[in-house]
Design a protein around this ligand. Structure first.
Ligand SMILES: [Zn+2]
Ligand SMILES: [Zn+2]
Ligand SMILES: [Zn+2]
Ligand SMILES: [Zn+2]
Length: 392
């Protein structure tokens, strides 16, 4: 507890200093920000002056007592005022720098239209792909100016400023600048979940990092005879072999002559039933002279996915083009991967399906991701991924 207070205090000082630096370096030209900075700077001084005045007017105290009182007052104001300022400012900057399409503060690249409206890389790619499919010119959702890879550019100042904005650690809830959060969560946080060192020989213990040493000191697994351990080692071995097979399979498909990929985005929708169910759908996309769409759902439409911890996403590939020849059929293999705008790694799993006039939809296939990553995806409004398709 002590430790976390110190860290967050350090962070506040550190953060406000860095924020101020970043803002003066990167955003000096932005008038709205400059105005909000001015507002933050002038407000506390005016209100502190007025809060001190009544002390002199109303109460007649010894000079030393007054000084004492004033010191206390200004110290109190400094801390609370500082906290107030930091919080307000970062929230407001976050509001200004978010993607104008999905309203998230993006981790990946940020693009801007020629009038300066910001779009995260995922939404930008989505708008361009959308327009291409409709055979229209893509436009900025804010000002309707034309957008393309030529007319839009990245905004490095915004990207860097966003990386300085604080976010809470998933495990200990302490705030860190976004660019340090990843390392903190993976390597430094004392609350990060970790498995027992002897997990490979059968220990299922998992707990916060700060309990690892005391657990390992008592763990019974290292003292078990080799005979008992063999089963676990074999199980691990076969898991590794399966991964190896999947990777080899993907490498094999990537050597096909006909390979294509699309960077897609699942958007959230709700069914219009009495208890609406959450599902996802991409826009239509082109591949191998046909139009396609992907749908996804959570826990295969189980009644209350919010009540279970074991969550998964499954998806379905749907052929949208009409097949004219009733006898023709063709085989497609496909695989979803993280791609440049994705948030979580997806294990490579290639699936194959034979499409014909009667069979235009694959079954729902489980997306091979970790359960914790599944929640991460469900928490964001859109899911970005790269979808590979192969034809023999
Ligand atoms: Zn976006
Ligand atoms: Zn615009
Ligand atoms: Zn943490
Ligand atoms: Zn253990």
């Amino acid at each position: 507890m002590n430790c976390s207070i110190t860290t967050s205090d350090n962070f506040n000082t550190y953060d406000s200093r860095l924020l101020a630096q970043q803002i003066s370096q990167n955003l000096i030209e932005s008038t709205s920000l400059a105005q909000s900075m001015n507002a933050e700077v002038t407000n506390p001084s005016t209100s502190s002056a007025s809060s001190e005045e009544p002390q002199f007017k109303k109460v007649k105290l010894e000079k030393s007592e007054i000084d004492d009182q004033l010191n206390k007052n200004s110290a109190h104001f400094a801390t609370s005022g500082h906290f107030y300022t930091t919080k307000k400012l970062e929230d407001r900057i976050g509001g200004i720098l978010c993607c104008t399409v999905c309203l998230d503060l993006p981790q990946a690249s940020i693009y801007q239209c020629s009038n300066g409206h910001l779009m995260c890389a995922g939404c930008f790619a989505h708008l361009l792909a959308d327009a291409r499919l409709k055979d229209e010119q893509a436009t900025c959702p804010n000002c309707r100016c034309e957008i393309s890879k030529q007319t839009c550019c990245r905004n490095l100042a915004v990207e860097k400023t966003v990386s300085e904005l604080p976010a809470n650690c998933l495990h200990c809830d302490v705030m860190y600048p976004r660019n340090l959060l990843d390392i903190h969560q993976k390597e430094e946080c004392m609350e990060r979940p970790i498995k027992c060192k002897f997990g490979q020989i059968g220990c299922n213990w998992e707990g916060p990092f700060h309990e690892l040493d005391s657990h390992c000191a008592e763990c019974v697994h290292p003292t078990k005879p080799a005979k008992e351990i063999m089963g676990f080692l074999q199980e691990n071995n076969s898991k590794c072999q399966q991964e190896q097979i999947a990777l080899n399979q993907l490498a094999n498909f990537l050597s096909y002559e006909k390979v294509c990929f699309n960077d897609l985005q699942f958007k959230q929708y709700k069914t219009d039933e009495i208890t609406p169910k959450l599902y996802f759908e991409t826009n239509r996309f082109n591949a191998f002279f046909h139009q396609w769409v992907l749908k996804a759902r959570v826990n295969d439409n189980q009644k209350n996915p919010n009540l279970t911890l074991d969550r998964y996403i499954s998806f379905q590939l749907i052929l949208k083009s009409k097949l004219t020849n009733s006898h023709s059929s063709f085989q497609i293999s496909f695989c979803a991967l993280k791609g440049p705008f994705g948030e979580v790694p997806i294990n490579p799993r290639v699936h194959t399906f034979e499409f014909n006039q009667a069979k235009t939809e694959t079954d729902f296939i489980k997306l091979s991701i970790k359960a914790t990553d599944c929640n991460k995806l469900l928490a964001s409004k859109t899911i970005n991924f790269r979808f590979f398709m192969f034809q023999p």
